[in-house]
Design a protein around this ligand. Structure first.
Ligand code: ADP
Length: 454
């Protein structure tokens, strides 16, 4: 096992990894940017090191800054969290070249799954259904030709992408002509790679993902699914497990097929296979995330497995120590992303100082957050203030507990989406478990916010 891990991330996930290290008796050093000095993880850590200025390109995204911080502080492994360098094969390779361990899949595995377009083909060859789409697009004429074959509407997707950047919906050839170059330059600016592909746009889909864990010895298990259909602008807001969209048989079938495909494809460590389920119940693979997910707490709540500890143990070369039969998810869990953004103003991010702050408590309540009263939310990063997760024996009780917890949760000083969450919980479509990923974008947040004013 490692002696000391450098935590190369920020916010709530840096704190989550710090807690895992402490629980495992492993030393930890939190690497932070100048803008994050006052954040909870560097404040609570026994050891912390500044790795550069607020600009992530010169701190959290700088391989030389991160690797030298690990060496200077005597760490033998680096945990990249999510985002930033967490899926960067080149970084994982540099970490290894310096005699350190990257906590995540080995560089070769990250390389194999780096292109979303190539991953689609790879997993299709291992038996997963993918959304009808194109290969890599050569130019605009090629895109028009492919879109004609697939049939409009189509989504233009950056192959190196993530976070919805550069992803564009086009309904006609004319729209495609108007959008293609913009998407290409957004992809280049966002990911340093302008390769694009097309996917047929599925209306009224649900987002369901399967969590897997594979050790170096080749043992593979799945930890069930998460339903992430409550989204705004194609980004997740609320996640729950089990998915209300799947029958027991469909759930088992999807998880088993996903696990078989990914194990055959040579995966290692934690991974999440994302699927869209169409109105007929057909599940189409869209992408894999080769890291711990933001929404991992709900899986921890239902399975009782510490996923960050599992990830660290796999990276250290230890066997899973679990078989599929040991994974017995219980009850229902829901996570709410608490964001500093204004739902009434097009979800515009908010910055500023937090005034009063109170985290809820009680049975089945979990809060993962790096903020506290007086904390100044920096403008440089994402708007995630923390996550509220709830567990209960069944879905109706989980919804009731969640509403009570959201009422208790107090974040003064800036606008958040807490009330939007309460309004969504009270909405009949959510209660019926029938939310599709386009719901909020189609109707806007206004009806939800209005319904929430009880
Ligand atoms: P990113 O990695 O940029 O977040 P994903 O490929 O994971 O992009 O897709 C994010 C979300 O975008 C999905 O959860 C879904 O809401 C929407 N989406 C992606 N692909 C499609 C598709 N082919 N049809 C309809 N919606 C899609």
């Amino acid at each position: 096992m490692f002696n000391k891990i450098l935590i190369a991330n920020r916010g709530e996930i840096a704190l989550r990894i710090l807690r895992a290290c402490r629980a495992m008796g492993i030393g930890a050093v939190v690497a932070y940017s100048e803008a994050d000095r006052e954040s909870l993880a560097p404040q609570l850590a026994d050891e912390a090191i500044c790795i550069g200025p607020a600009d992530a390109r010169r701190s959290y995204l700088s391989a030389p800054a991160v690797v030298s911080a690990a060496i200077v502080t005597g760490c033998d492994a680096i945990h990249p969290g999510y985002g930033f360098l967490s899926e960067d094969a080149g970084f994982a390779d540099v970490v290894r070249a310096h005699g350190l361990t990257f906590i995540g899949p080995p560089a070769e595995v990250l390389e194999k799954f780096a292109s979303k377009e190539a991953t689609r083909r790879l997993l299709a060859s291992h038996g997963l259904l993918t959304v009808p789409g194109s290969g890599m697009l050569r130019d605009e004429a090629h895109a028009l030709e492919e879109a004609e074959q697939i049939g409009y509407p189509v989504l233009i997707k950056p192959s190196a992408g993530g976070g919805g950047k550069g992803m564009r919906l086009v309904r006609t050839a004319r729209e495609l002509e108007a959008t293609f170059k913009v998407s290409r330059s957004e992809a280049q600016a966002g990911f340093g790679d302008d390769s694009l592909y097309l996917e047929k746009y599925l209306d009224d889909n649900r987002h369901v993902e399967i969590q897997v864990a594979v050790d170096r010895q080749g043992n593979a298990i799945h930890l069930g699914e998460r339903d992430c259909s409550v989204q705004r602008r194609h980004q997740k807001l609320i996640e729950e497990t089990p998915s209300p969209a799947l029958s027991e048989a469909a759930r088992r079938d999807l998880a088993e097929r996903a696990l078989r495909a990914i194990a055959e494809a040579g995966y290692e460590n934690l991974g999440t296979l994302e699927f869209l389920i169409d109105s007929k119940g057909e599940a189409y693979f869209i992408e894999i995330n080769c890291r711990v997910q933001v929404e991992h707490p709900i899986t921890e709540l239902t399975t009782g497995i510490d996923m960050v500890a599992l990830q660290i143990r796999i990276a250290a070369g230890e066997p899973l120590g679990l078989t599929q039969a040991d994974v017995k998810p219980q009850g229902h869990a829901i996570e709410f992303r608490i964001l500093a953004e204004d739902p009434a103003k097009d979800f515009r991010p908010q910055a500023g100082q937090i005034g009063a702050y109170l985290a809820p408590g009680g049975p089945g309540i979990r809060v993962d957050s790096h903020v506290y009263p007086g904390y100044e939310v920096p403008t440089f990063y994402d708007s995630l203030l923390g996550k509220l997760s709830v567990w209960a024996p069944d879905r109706p009780q989980a919804i009731a507990r969640a509403d009570a917890a959201l009422r208790e949760l107090l974040v003064d000083g800036l606008t958040t989406n807490i009330e939007l969450h309460r309004a969504i919980l009270a909405n009949q479509v959510f209660i019926d478990g029938k939310v599709t990923t386009n719901l909020l974008d189609r109707v806007g947040s206004a009806p939800f916010v209005a319904a929430g004013n009880r």
